[in-house]
Design a protein around this ligand. Sequence first.
Ligand SMILES: [Fe+2]
Ligand SMILES: [Fe+2]
Length: 433
Amino acid sequence: MSTRRAVAATDSVSYDDLYRRWENAPWRATGIDLSRDVDGWRSLNDMQRRSGLWLYSMFLYGEDSVADNLSPYIDAAPAEEQAYFLTTQQVDEARHAVFFHRFFQEVIGVEGDTLADTLATTDEHLNWGYRGVFGRLDRMADELRRDRSLPRFAQAIALYHLIVEATLAQPGQHFIQDFFTGAGEMPGFLEGMENVANDEQRHIGFGVKCLADAFKETDECKAAVDEMLREVLPYALAVFVPPGFDRSYTREYGFEMEDVFAFALGSIKAKWRATGYPLEDRPPGVFPLDPTMDDDESARIVVALLEAGVMGAPNGRPDASAQTQEKFFDLVARSFDASLVASPPAPAFTVQWRFSDADPWHVRVADGTAQAVAGEASSADVRVQTDWKTWCDMSVRNASPVEAVLRGRFRPRGSPRALYELSRIAGTRFGVR
Ligand SMILES: [Fe+2]
Ligand SMILES: [Fe+2]
């Protein structure tokens, strides 16, 4: 253990501070009085209880998963202080799981005695996006066991602390706390959630600091984190989609899906900025949205594209209406790095999409900006022939372009130079690998 590296003592928040905060904020998951919550739970209407089951199932399963998966992080942490903090975090996560388990048993009244019994009841509430993210967290723990390198550690911290905790859990906690603070009918639940949220804030602070340190050390950490984001963000965007896209799941708690997305976007943009590697600095194709766009506007677009089946769980029939195509191609154009086409010998670049089952669109890059336009371009450097579903699967669900080409469902045409240019400008999400 003495071979771990020393940490700089000059940074504003130190690992020692974070550890001290943990010692100063003890609480007992078994000490919270949930007896008054039973009536509070019964006083909720049917839809509120159904929505509660959906939300709390994600919390219980998530807390259990993060408690289970943290051990290899302790072993891989480059500094002793980081390892010590992570041991406190593992205790926290177990405590959170115990708290939600108690709530399921004592308030909701689920069958069975063990944590495994309660966990089994959550299964039906976990959607495609959720399983995608938590499946990746399981595999990441195994990868970190085999490879304790700093880039792998940074990648794992980014997934755990920045995606699972900061992007998914914290916004959910925020809105649930808001509702029950106003309703005042489940005091035990609210007390537990406040404690959980305080712990999570400390965990996220730790994750941000770890990443800031790792990014200072080597650019390999940035590349490793980008690779993980490219893979996981399509799932993360779809976690908060309620069953059957029934908006009453959030409305019964006093908020809209768009509110959660906008809150989450604003909050994670600030956290990535604090790591020293803001989302705005990512290569094209890593972040599927435009981080410079207003958060409310981004939220409206994401929810509309999720509802259209363009993003999120594959529904086999993504909507290809003019409005949906316009929203989507605007995102495509925004993701292009237009500065790469700003000067001769390539003063302009056009890519044309033709769909067997939807209207054609093209993106023209010139004078440092990329613009999406409906219809055929008079001339194009690259022409793509495909169908709407294949294009959605490839560009926002990480389906393999090679497989689509082999199956004859995706045909990019252009000179080798033009195809290379497209992958440079558009990256791997909307480009052609
Ligand atoms: Fe937790
Ligand atoms: Fe946590």
